[in-house]
Design a protein around this ligand. Sequence first.
Ligand code: HEC
Ligand code: HEC
Length: 268
Amino acid sequence: MTLVKVMGFTLLLCLVFLAVTHLLPQVEGEAPVDKMIDLDVLTMDGFIVMGEQIFNSKGNCTLCHKSPPLGRAPDIQGADMVAVAAERLADLRYKGVATDAETYLRESMKAPSQYVVAGWGKTGAKGERSPMPAAHKAPIGLSNIEIDAVIAYLQSKDGHEVTVALPTEATAPVADSVPTPTATAAAVIKKYSCQVCHVVDAVGGSVGPNLDRVGGRLTPEQIHESIINPNAVIAEGFVSGVMPRDFAEKMTVKELQLLVKWLAEKQP
Ligand code: HEC
Ligand code: HEC
């Protein structure tokens, strides 16, 4: 009788163990995979879908260009960008070298300061410099093929003819958007795209303050607060409401601790 009870209990333990291991997230083995574009099967419809995915993930475009707008940039998801491009080219302020929607959109991504949409210029630069990071450079770093895919998506979403050509050579791998397991502060910075707005380790944008010496300005507690509650204290010379407010929900405790400790050590 005791033997049956012991065996029954052992069996129960095994089942509980199995259930628990199945419920645990499978973190290991989910490192990002580089996918090559398979040119033999790539159609224009596939290229457009690829562009939409890049816009929403790797390109980080929706960090600023979201519909409904977040107040960080013009709403290019909601607007007909082919029509907008025609207006920009007809504007007397236009000094770029684009001649049509395709070239305007490419120029907007690679050289954002060529034409700065009225009211969206960088503070202190008399509207002559764009706060948008160039899409082909770090931290966004899209390849020319990826930029073409985004143009195809922007043209097709409002029913316009797509004028970009399908790529003929897979010169760049397309990174999958599978999240990376984060073990270092640098990986946390990458995962949450802080460099789209901040210079970190000498790379990044200027929408927010340069963080390379932030440990000299702020205590670890203040850095912690700035990340989870960005509107509590506004850095001098910058506006509130720009830094995302959902890091507190998105980050794990470990990620936040890594980040705060690492940034606090960045002393002048
Ligand atoms: C850090 C915020 C930010 C990110 C990220 C960003 N942009 Fe922008 N973008 C802006 C701002 C601000 C403007 C308006 C100033 C200007 O004209 O450059 C702009 C302008 C543009 C314009 C011109 C809009 C017009 O009405 O003429 C296009 C096109 C554009 N962005 C595309 C993109 C794409 C595609 C991505 C992703 C690869 C992207 N942007 C990422 C902030 C951003
Ligand atoms: C869309 C742009 C944007 C992104 C993305 C962003 N920030 Fe910010 N951040 C800002 C702006 C603008 C400010 C200045 C206004 C303020 O203090 O809220 C700021 C302020 C800060 C400050 C205070 C700096 C000081 O000198 O007072 C810290 C620290 C900071 N951000 C860290 C981060 C970290 C870490 C990430 C990534 C997890 C991040 N930010 C992502 C825009 C951004």
